[in-house]
Design a binder for this molecule. Sequence first.
Ligand code: PAF
Length: 283
Amino acid sequence: MTDIAPAIARTVPDLRALVASWRAEGKRVGLVPTMGALHAGHISLVEIARRHADRIIVSIFVNPTQFAPTEDFSKYPRTFEADLAKLTGIGTDAVYAPTVEVMYPPDAATTVSLKGPATAGLEDIARPFHFAGVATIVAKLFTQSAPDVAVFGEKDFQQLAVIRRMAADLDLPVEVIGAPTVREADGLAMSSRNVYLSAENRAKAPELHRIMQAASSGIVAGEAPESTLARARKAIAAAGFTPDYLELRDAADLGEPRIGRPRRLLAAATLGTTRLLDNIAVD
Ligand code: PAF
């Protein structure tokens, strides 16, 4: 690996020319889609992508269509130069940073329509248009870069399930790889939005993960899930969060848990003005 900064592509033809040159050399291509504001969790996605591909593209695009008008699109952290520095020397070959006009020309009129995990009654309740925006932009990133593999964090577990389903349903020739959540030393799942937390709320934030772990242990030990989850929801509220959901689901399709299949505990809760998401395996 060199210390040379990644090539920067800003248009679809530039990106395709780069990918074509790698393909001509017989290289496998990996894609790590991001919205920038990179942290150690994103860096781990690049490291995982490198195990599966010879050339790595990191896309940086804050996708307007996955934010509701009431959400934080305009204040979402944009740190392009710092992101580029973080991607240098870790085996990123190209950064794809298109403009909104490249991704959404004025006459664009097509979106991906979703059911299945996208309508599981989790994030989609609070953010009804979010996954259509995510799936549309990810489908475009896939067709623009034509990667062999693409890596997404398990931190956004419903997003990962939606993208897997979409890639399978649309026969997109890309292997979707899920990467384990990277956590701060105190257990808080890394997220670009953690910068919004006040010092006081940053200290409280890991409590969500601790409560989830306790609930998971109880369920694994044989407690009835419904009463354990009800207790955990109360504990989340008592710790100062506004709980949104805490649900036990089938880990593959996010439907109701089924005997003999992996289960996942998923939560969202607001602390101050920051919405925190987390999920853990229950096994
Ligand atoms: O997880 C994210 O950062 C975004 O939802 C993604 C996958 C890059 C699509 O904009």
